[in-house]
Design a binder for this molecule. Sequence first.
Ligand code: DCP
Ligand code: CA
Length: 406
Amino acid sequence: MARRIMHIDLDAFFVSVEQVENPQLKGKPVVVGGRPQGRGVVASASYEARTFGLRAGMPLTTASRLCPQAIFIQGSFPKYRDASQRFMAILADFSPYLEPMGLDEAYLDATGFESIHGSTHQMAAKIKQRIKDELGLTASVGIAGGKIVAKVASELSKPDGLLEVAAGEERSFLAPLPVARLPGIGKKTEQKLNSLSINTIGKLSTMSLSALKSHFGASGEVLHRFANGIDDREVKPPAAAKSTSRETTFGKDTRDRSLLKSTLRYLGERVGADLRQRGKRARCITLKLRYADFTTITRRHTLAQTTDSDQTIFDTGLGLLNKALSEERQAVRLIGIGVSELVEAGKQLDMLDTSARRQEQLNKAIDRIRKKYGFTAIQTGRTLKLKDIFPEDGEGYTLQTPSLSR
Ligand code: DCP
Ligand code: CA
């Protein structure tokens, strides 16, 4: 059966999330990335801002010169992560063959879904509608026989687009487009191709494999396939993570044991919540410390029995911390805690033990309340101290400088 691959990409993602929250921003040039005189770059620009030449990656100072009336927003990563999760959950309703790429795009294999959703085109229209109804966002969708052409199609259709390339038409669809449209061709490759008078993907597709290999080495072969619209890479659901961790850098290097402990407790609770949400238990607990001179150490402890309990994670981490601090006199710059050697949380032998069972019930109750009222709705004595130190973002403490990185 001929494959039908979809590429779904949210339009002006960060900016659009801000516009849903504050509708006054709609229809205006808006930039997410930071203050106009800040040192950062544009992370996302509204399509109105793009008419002034604003682009992702452009220094904010350049952006404010090109478009002084633009509204500049700092942005908030947890908000975008939430929107991303809801976006992926909608897609997962349509097909289990889903491969998220970053926060706001995904490939979906729609082959054989006609009996459920009608044509692939109709399925894409339904997906777009649900994203609009439930998230207030617009998505652009490309459909083709392989990933690469689906992606080019979604990009070409932006914003709020839907473009299907009929089976067998991949090569002729790509042919008139400039080479830079092909994902993977960066500035350098583009210049090199242009210097060889190769300006369109069609021209590129006629270059011999050996010529491409001699100019671009191993990637010449990929270029050859993609330019011809050939791409049989599968849509691969992401592999389950093998570990999970949380870490934070202090505003100022510290020797304050009670601050170190509170922070460890808080980070450990986040790790525990993550484990339980994923239905996993861990056998190995790792502490990470970076000292003032940037020396970084990790210390690990393997438990006799797997755990998903905040208390056990913290107790084990604290044991490692006390030992490490007794061996090193420097102030601490960063602290982190992680768990690994994960197993599915099935029925565990130690669950027969009543204290372990009580722990589990307690953790479950905490998770429920936090899900409803936010992570900091419940705090233990230790993490409460953090309130005075770290700003809170409604969803948990903002541990690092607000970061837009993925
Ligand atoms: N992003 C980022 N840093 C980058 C690239 C992207 O922080 N180097 C963020 C900002 C974007 C989001 O990821 O809003 C998605 O990236 P896209 O490249 O898909 O850009 P947009 O969604 O903003 O615009 P488009 O409508 O072109 O997809
Ligand atoms: Ca996008």
